[in-house]
Design a protein around this ligand. Structure first.
Ligand code: PLP
Length: 464
C-alpha cells in the first residue's frame, strides 16, 4: 500500500499496514518511518513510541529524521529539476527553531530564515554559515540589526524605519550591508486570517505603491547592497494560483528595479505550502508546488525579457510539520451523558497552542493499541486551567484508559516554537528518532527551570 505523506510527499513506502493490510486514514498522517510492531504498538524511526515515553517522559515531541530529511531533499531536488538557474531553499525556522533541526536543514543544503536575534543565534550556534541566513522581522531591534550585520547575514528590510536606520549606519560600516526588501504583494489566500500576510492591510513589508521611493532611496546609498526582493503570502495554503500570481507580481518589481540601476539578483517567494492535518486536507506535493512556482517565474521573466534571478523560497510547515508527533499520557476522563466524553492528557495548549489560537484540527492514534477498533468519538482535553484548552474536539479512537499513550499527529510546525509555560507547566522534551536510535534534542524543563529567571527581592524573601 503506498501511503501519502502529510505534506503531500509521495513516499512510495509501505507503512502501518497491519496484519489485515488495512491502513486507516489516521495512519496515513503519520511520519514516513512509522509502522506497527509485533506488540501492536506504534513505532517511529524504529523506536517503540510507548517505550520512548517510558524513557524520556510525557508529553514527548518525537521527530522522525527520515521525514524531515526527505522533505528537505524533495524541495532541493525539485528546484534542481525545474529551475536551471541558481536557487536556494531556506528553512523558516519560526516553525521550529532548535540546534538539531537547524543542523539537519543545514546538512541538507538548506539556508535558514530567522525572525529574531534568538533564532539567528540558534542557527549560528548550529553551524549555519551566515551567507545562508536571512533575518526577517517587522520591528527588528537595533541590537538584532547589529547582530545581523556583525555576523554577515542578509537583512530582509521590512519598513522605512529600518531602511533609514541601515542607510544612516551604512556610511560608517567598512563593508556593504547585504539586504533584501520585503514587499506586500496584495494577494489574498483562503487561509486563516491570522496567518494571512500577503494582503495589503498587513503589518509586514513595504507598500508596493512606494516602490519607486524605496528603490530611489536604496540606489542613493551605495553601502546598502540590495540583492533581492521578498514576499510571503500566507501559510497552510493548498491552492497554487496565489504563488503563480505572486511570481508575476515579483518579476514586475524586478523589472522596475533595473530602472534605478539596482542589480537585484534574488527573488524570494516566501513559504506557505500546506500540509495534511486530517484526511480531508489535500495539499499539492512539494514537487508540484516547486514546479508551479518555477514555471511562473520563468514565464514571467521570459515575458519581460529578464534574466532569471536566483530563486529562493522559505517553507517551514511543509518541512517540519509532518515529521513530528506529540505523545501524551491519558489521565482522567469525564462522560456527560448525551453530550460528550472528555479524555484528558498531560499537556495541552502550552505544548500545542494551535487549536486554541487558530481552531486547528488534529488527528490522533493510541500508540499502545494500534489495531484496536476506533469505536468511540471523544474530546481530547488538555490539562490547563482553561475551558478552551481542547486539543481535538472530535477524536475517533479505541476506548482509552489512564496510562494509554495518545499520539497527536503532524505537530512539528508551530507547536514547540509557540509553546509556553502557561500554568507553569514545564515544556516537554523532544527526541529525534532514526534506525532504532532516539536522541534527546530538547531537554525536558524542570520545576527549577521554571523559576530560573525569577527574582525574589530580599524584602520579599521568607525562610523556606
Ligand atoms: N516566511 C515568512 C515571512 C513567514 O511569515 C512564514 C510563516 O508565516 C514562513 C516563511 C513560513 O511559512 P510556512 O510555515 O507556511 O511555510
Amino acid at each position: 500500500m503506498v501511503s501519502t505523506h502529510p505534506a503531500g510527499v509521495q513516499s512510495g513506502r509501505q507503512y502501518l499496514a497491519n496484519s489485515t493490510g488495512a491502513v486507516s486514514p489516521n495512519q496515513q498522517l503519520l511520519p514516513l518511518s512509522a509502522r506497527i510492531n509485533n506488540s501492536d504498538r506504534l513505532e517511529i524511526g524504529g523506536c517503540d513510541v510507548t517505550t520512548l515515553v517510558q524513557q524520556f517522559g510525557s508529553p514527548l515531541y518525537i521527530v522522525d529524521e527520515d521525514t524531515l530529511r526527505t522533505a528537505c531533499r524533495q524541495y532541493r531536488e525539485a528546484f534542481q529539476k525545474y529551475y536551471p538557474g541558481s536557487s536556494q531553499v531556506l528553512y523558516a525556522s519560526k516553525a521550529w527553531s532548535c540546534l538539531a533541526v537547524c543542523a539537519i536543514a543545514h546538512q541538507e543544503g538548506l539556508g535558514i530564515d530567522v525572525v529574531s536575534g534568538g533564532e539567528l543565534y540558534t542557527a549560528l550556534q548550529a553551524g549555519v554559515s551566515p551567507d545562508k541566513l536571512y533575518l526577517h522581522g517587522n520591528n527588528k531591534s537595533l541590537e538584532e540589526l547589529k547582530l545581523a550585520i556583525d555576523s554577515g547575514c542578509t537583512i530582509v528590510v521590512d519598513n522605512w524605519y529600518e531602511l533609514q536606520t541601515l542607510g544612516n549606519w551604512s556610511s560608517s560600516i567598512d563593508h556593504p550591508i547585504r539586504i533584501m526588501l520585503r514587499l506586500t504583494p496584495g494577494i489574498e489566500c483562503h487561509t486563516h486570517e491570522y496567518i494571512r500576510t500577503g494582503h495589503l492591510d498587513s503589518k509586514f513589508g513595504f507598500d508596493p505603491n512606494e516602490l519607486d521611493k524605496v528603490f530611489a532611496f536604496v540606489s542613493q546609498h551605495s553601502a546598502l547592497n540590495c540583492v533581492g526582493l521578498h514576499a510571503h503570502i500566507g501559510s497552510q495554503i493548498f491552492e497554487q494560483q496565489p504563488h503563480r500570481d505572486l511570481a508575476g507580481v515579483m518579476v514586475q518589481w524586478l523589472d522596475k528595479a533595473s530602472g534605478y540601476g539596482l542589480h537585484i539578483e534574488e527573488l524570494n517567494v516566501g513559504g506557505g505550502l500546506g500540509i495534511r492535518y486530517t484526511e480531508a486536507d489535500d495539499p499539492p506535493s512539494i514537487e508540484a508546488w516547486v514546479k508551479g512556482v518555477c514555471e511562473a517565474i520563468k514565464d514571467a521573466c521570459a515575458a519581460q525579457q529578464l534574466a532569471l534571478p536566483k530563486l529562493l523560497c522559505e517553507p517551514g510547515r511543509s518541512l517540519i510539520g509532518a515529521a513530528c508527533v506529540t505523545a501524551y499520557t491519558v489521565g482522567a476522563s469525564k462522560t456527560i451523558p448525551g453530550i460528550r466524553t472528555y479524555v484528558a492528557v498531560d499537556g495541552g495548549m502550552s505544548d500545542n497552542p494551535r487549536p486554541i489560537t487558530y481552531q486547528s484540527v488534529y488527528r490522533a492514534v493510541v500508540a499502545n493499541k494500534m489495531s484496536a477498533p476506533a469505536t468511540q468519538t471523544v474530546t481530547i482535553a488538555g490539562k490547563h486551567c482553561e475551558s478552551g484548552d481542547i486539543l481535538i474536539k472530535e477524536a475517533t479512537l479505541p476506548p482509552s484508559q489512564p496510562g494509554d499513550i495518545l499520539v497527536v499527529l503532524a505537530t512539528g510546525a508551530y507547536n514547540y516554537s509557540m509553546a509556553s509555560n502557561y500554568n507553569r507547566l514545564a515544556r516537554p522534551a523532544a527526541v529525534i528518532v532514526k534506525d532504532g536510535e532516539a536522541n534527546l534534542i530538547l531537554r525536558r524543563e524542570t520545576y527549577q527551570d521554571l523559576i530560573r529567571q525569577d527574582c525574589l527581592p530580599a524584602r520579599l524573601s521568607t525562610e523556606v
